[in-house]
Design a protein around this ligand. Sequence first.
Ligand code: CEZ
Length: 794
Amino acid sequence: MIEYHLNGDVSLNSPTKMPDAGSFLWNKHMMIQMNCRGYATAQFMQPEPAKYAHGPNIEATTFIQPEHPYYSHHPGRFFYIKDEQNQHVFSVPYAPVKKTPDEFHFIAGKSKIRWIIAQQQLLVELTLTLPCDDVAELWQINLTDMSGKARKLSLYSYFPVGYKSWMNQSAYYDDNLNAIICESITPYQKVEHYFANQRHKDSTVLISEFAATSFETRQAQFEGEGGLNFPDGVYQTQLQRGLAKYETPTAAMQFAIELSANSQYQQHFIFAPIESAEQAIQLKQQYMGATQFKRAKAQYQDYITSGQGCIRINSPDADINQFVNHWLPRQAFYHGDVNRLSTDPQTRNYLQDAMGMAYINPQTSQQAFITAISQQYHSGAMPDGILLHEKASLKYINQIPHSDHCVWLIICLQAYLNETNDYALLSLKLPFKDSTEQVSVFEHITLAIEWLLSQRDKRGLSFIAQGDWCDPMNMVGYKGKGVSTWLSLATAYALNIWRVIALQQQEHELAAQLALVANDINHCVNQHCWDGAWYHRGITDDGVGFGVSTDTEGRIFANPQSFALLAGAADAQQKCSIYHQVKQQLATPFGLMMLAPSYTKMREDIGRVTQKYPGTAENGSVYNHAAIFYAFALLEQGDGDGAWEVISKMLPTMDEDDLLTRGQLPVFIPNYYRGAYYQQPDVAGKSSQLFNTGTVAWYYRCIIEKVLGLQGCPQGLLVKPNLPSHWQTLNATREFRGATFEVSYQQLKGQATADSHSTAAKNVTLWLNGEQLPKRIIDNIQPGAHYQLTVIIA
Ligand code: CEZ
């Protein structure tokens, strides 16, 4: 059903088996998610995310949601093809006509999305790519006759633009441009919005390479009584040349084609939002035609390649090689380079995305830390949301007070410093959001720590406010008393991280204090938050511990367990108990659930997380972001097999059942797969199809630093692998601080058994350029040098 190509492309050979499966492309100004059937969700920045093709009804403006539903009038990019000799009609890629093709390949490439479809003795090849610097979709369609006879065809573009505006919308065909231009005015009521909307790209244009034989710009007339499966427009001899005058517009153009036997027809289209017709002319000049399309495609490929990251692996796991070498860095690059296309990314997301970018483009990563730190309050608090544009405002979740942002600053900065050794950054002086006073990054962090420590109750546990990492856990502490076990542990973890960095900076006194306080927090957590066999999740405003054995729903949460391991709070016995309980209660064939059992009714002392549909998102799905924390924590414990168990389930495998259940191609990690495994086994495993997730930065970090164990440190490269035991030999190429390491691993016997959660130091011997090394650190690394590193694990 799916196939990997050598260049990393992944193809799917059915439009029906995994109907929501798709892929996405982006540039700095836009993003488009295309599913295999032709439905599309696209947005661009002006500066806030906006759409240029809408649904048929007024749409709410919201952030990208999981399990996005598709329906027949959903925005999409389609072509109808009619054989004029027998009046047979089909559409590509698949919808709206949905006739079973003879052959179907949806091919997700890193810099293009393609379909190859055989139907009615025609071979249709559709390609979508993006320009690097403009908001526009570049389409190419090739039709090749396979009947061996001359053909008379009609090709119809059908790019619906939907309900653009209740104030003003219309559409016409422009003869000079060969384009349908759908105009509108963004609806508003406040006078200030009139001025704010001035430079909006309110029109949507579909430009064709060749003049259309005819056109229709009215959606209703195009469809007629036949509907989208049998549109009247397509079954008439010619489209009606109708002008939309406030009716819902559409971009349907007809092209009469005469194909001689076995010959090929090619045409290009540009679909884009524009401010004025002049912009359409410019787009046409720049991108229309085969040569221009090819050039833009090559430039876009270069852009995507610039994000290829710092590691290539050749392991015994072909699927993992594909993902780690091609798709994982791509997804991390998307997060780190365009910030999920938002102007006010959540602070923790922004910082974790910057962490992932440390392995791809350290300069961008550094700049993100600088931007974030410059928006810290003088009190030490980090804001909810980092503003990336002077016109940006805090929206949605960023209007809700969350208590955890400071810990991410420290956790993510550590990864950046590991990778780059850019300790000079710590001396850089930066201002605050609410003060022009400039202090060093190191002092900014000290303030962040002081702030975190000030936000604790008498017991020494961290207040949760209206949420911590878990956004919708909004009612545990809204009265000002509730605390978060997870945040208390994450604080101890962050303090331990900063203790090491403080030592490095010769701040011995601070380091000693941090050690004391971290210990103290761990002690408090053990005293108040250990439920007997695992850590609970927090204590509500009313003093009720939750995530405890007596809870019938939300009995255990993954995050406190992961961070107890990371913070060093759990002793050997507690660790054993955690491993056992997590496995018993949270593990599923599709990955690790974030909590279990899922809530089925509102708990007013916990919040809206309990109102989410059981098994979705934070209410007990396999929330990959939470799962990767657990994997990271296991890797820190030296448990390569345990971690691999979690990590390897984040991707759909080649197994057909697994693919069908997940319904997603292995070209990105979704934010979740449905959980509630024991409550709702029939839908468990289904992908959210949402590719915005903090998981990928951590996944990349896990692979580089922990699984392969090629982690940067002040002296150089620390080699400390935690390979899964079934990887007996493996090669990797690691770019590190300007040098290249060709690493070959040999694992002589399987490491400790999967259940042992071994912390025993493995016996690792290193050979660099043929010479055995006395220690696990490679120092004196020369930029530009090539090293051969052999790692023997006994
Ligand atoms: O968003 C993510 C956040 O971007 O949820 C994570 C959080 O750590 C990330 O920063 C866990 O809560 O508000 C909601 O209910 C949404 O469900 C968001 O919490 C969630 C969505 O997955 C993003 O689309």
